[in-house]
Design a binder for this molecule. Structure first.
Ligand code: GDP
Ligand code: MG
Length: 437
């Protein structure tokens, strides 16, 4: 399975001193094969491994972390991104809001309808109505009624009507008359895709125009799940996927494949037969599950934090000794850039958001500065004192700027250095005391 295959590919990095072009390429070849075998489509798998490669080669070398551990962490984060990054929206606006269930027989539609009604009633204060749209088996209507009773939710059924479209329309009328603000339509599934079932659910969709069409799929069915999802999506253009039976020993490769093949978000998961065994889908948690290596992920996160702290301490020492140089300066810029888009960062500060909305702040702000520093020789970067007129002119030319800009940066750098020194050595306190006298 996918988890085992990924685990095996990380082993390639075992015993390697560091991540290199060569061992990364070898590892990712295996990762890509594992993804393809799990039915992730070719383009997605290729893009996935390319992103991972870029991140792996651009990583700081953390002494506390082995290359294979670093790779697990990177793959983990990318898996989460691939599955949508964050939890998807679920639309229950409308009065009544209409949710239509679809999927094969045995996938868990009826059970999930009950779980969802229960969740929306208790957590979102909704007054739901369950609609028995599976008209072919008397047992199906009975099953829904039993569920409804267990959770205290009304069930709308018409025992001698065999037309699910009519039933759905009547149910909407009923909901309006009885103050139900949400209806969940359970439907009939077959053991395999068939034309009659598809036509039927398509007609229900047309007749009731649901806010949400959920496709329910048994996560244990693996490869079949993907094909079924594809066909249902072509006919129904559903809004979201429900993965059931995740309590089994499946590790959720289906989550990855379905998402990548139909490009629709997974919205919920079912994790048991009981009526509270329902969860909103979280890509991060599913990535944990696929890799089964949550401890490694948190280990690397800790090491990364520690690395940042060590960096900060090292820097402080240099500042104190007045050794802060252009290498440190550029490292600081990288650090800021790593934190993300500057405008996003600034807008997170309370009260700032609105004011900078229309301002033009972008990551190019550092471009000129970076170009100038990169045009310096290593010697110049560590000893800015030697930057005389001719050196400055050469740097200006090399960086595509001009001497004024170079001078400006040098002056700024000098002031920054003085200020930093004052703040870290207690010189600031000394200055204040002097002023007091
Ligand atoms: P439907 O034919 O699509 O309506 O499927 P049902 O809701 O009748 O479910 C089929 C079987 O799967 C039933 O025995 C359910 O109890 C079981 N089932 C549904 N969801 C889950 C789940 O999340 N975990 C487990 N273990 N069983 C489930
Ligand atoms: Mg059913």
């Amino acid at each position: 399975n996918l988890s085992e295959r990924l685990e095996r590919s990380f082993k390639i990095l075992k015993g390697q001193g560091k991540i290199t072009e060569i061992n990364v390429a070898e590892t990712l070849k295996e990762v890509r094969r594992a993804l393809l075998d799990a039915d992730v489509n070719y383009k997605t798998a290729k893009e996935f491994t390319e992103t991972v490669k870029e991140k792996a080669l651009g990583q700081d070398v953390l002494n506390a972390v082995k290359p294979e551990q670093m790779m697990v962490k990177i793959v983990h984060d990318e898996l989460a991104t691939l599955m949508g990054g964050s939890a998807a929206e679920f639309n229950i606006k409308g009065n009544p809001a209409i949710i239509l269930m679809s999927g094969l027989q045995g996938s868990g539609k009826t059970t999930f309808s009950g779980k969802l009604a229960n969740m929306l009633k208790s957590k979102r204060g909704k007054n739901p109505l369950l609609v028995a749209g599976d008209v072919y088996r008397p047992a199906a209507i009975e099953q829904l009624k039993v569920l409804g009773e267990q959770i205290g939710v009304s069930v709308y059924a018409e025992e001698d009507n065999k037309n699910p479209v009519k039933i759905a329309q009547n149910a909407i009328q009923y909901a309006r008359q009885h103050g139900k603000d949400l209806i969940i339509i359970d439907t009939a599934g077959r053991l395999a895709i068939d034309e009659k079932m598809m036509n039927e659910i398509e007609s229900i969709k047309k007749a009731v125009n649901p806010q949400e069409i959920l496709f329910v799929v048994d996560s244990m069915t693996g490869q079949d799940a993907v094909n079924t999802a594809k066909e249902f999506n072509q006919r129904l253009d559903f809004n979201g996927v429900v993965l059931t039976k995740l309590d089994g020993d499946t590790r959720g490769g289906a989550a990855l494949s379905i998402r990548s093949v139909v490009d629709k978000p997974i919205k919920f998961v079912g994790t048991g037969e009981k009526l509270d065994a329902i969860d909103v889908f979280h890509p991060e948690r599913m990535a944990d599950r696929i890799l089964g290596m949550g401890d490694i992920v948190s280990l690397v996160e800790k090491a990364q934090e520690q690395y940042d702290e060590e960096e900060a301490r090292r820097l402080q020492k240099k500042i104190a000794k007045n050794q802060f140089d252009f290498n440190d300066f550029i490292a600081q810029i990288q650090q800021i850039k790593k934190m993300g888009n500057l405008k996003d960062l600034a807008s997170m500060i309370p009260g700032v958001g609105k004011q900078i909305k229309d301002l033009d702040i972008d990551d190019d702000a550092f471009k000129g500065i970076e170009a100038i520093i990169r045009s310096m020789t290593p010697q110049e970067r560590t000893n800015p004192e030697i930057l005389n007129g001719s050196r400055r002119a050469r740097i200006a030319k090399g960086s595509g700027t001009n001497v004024q800009e170079v001078n400006k940066l040098l002056k700024q750098f000098d002031e920054t250095r003085k200020m930093m020194r004052m703040m870290t050595t207690g010189g600031g306190r000394q200055a204040m005391r002097n002023m007091g006298r």
